[in-house]
Write a protein of this length. Sequence first.
Length: 72
Amino acid sequence: MTESEEGAQAIRLVAERLIKAHPHVDVGLIQGSVRTAYEELKYARVRTYLPVLMERRARDLLPSAGQGELET
């Protein structure tokens, strides 16, 4: 598996988890947050924890419950 395929798979899996965890948030917003998180972390030397770190960073980028989440 190439690095780009690995990245695409990680983005897809993290986005799916966040969509299930936050069904009230716009899917496009979640996918954008995950892509942003991946772009910030894609040059990490140790890639073992990349999906976990991506998910944490993407959650940070999503609006919190009190900040007017976008409805789908």
